[in-house]
Write a protein that binds this ligand. Sequence first.
Ligand SMILES: [Zn+2]
Length: 86
Amino acid sequence: MEFDIAFWFCFYLAFFCLSTYLGYQKGNLIAGILLGYVLGPIGALLMFMSKDRRHIECPSCHLEIDRRSYICPKCHVQIGLRAGAP
Ligand SMILES: [Zn+2]
């Protein structure tokens, strides 16, 4: 019985860490911690599917690039000055 509790605790903790890490990667650390803490594996999954706030998609070639970059490294389209940029 004690083994079961330890197993599920580690299982939960692993997803908590994963969710926190995904939150950090997406520039949304607080949401990652909270989702991982409250929902465990489901929170990690939600965090995985959530929108990446650090990256934007190139309007021309749909490559994920840094939000702060002005020119797409793949197709060299200017991105930073387009209307409605976040
Ligand atoms: Zn591009």
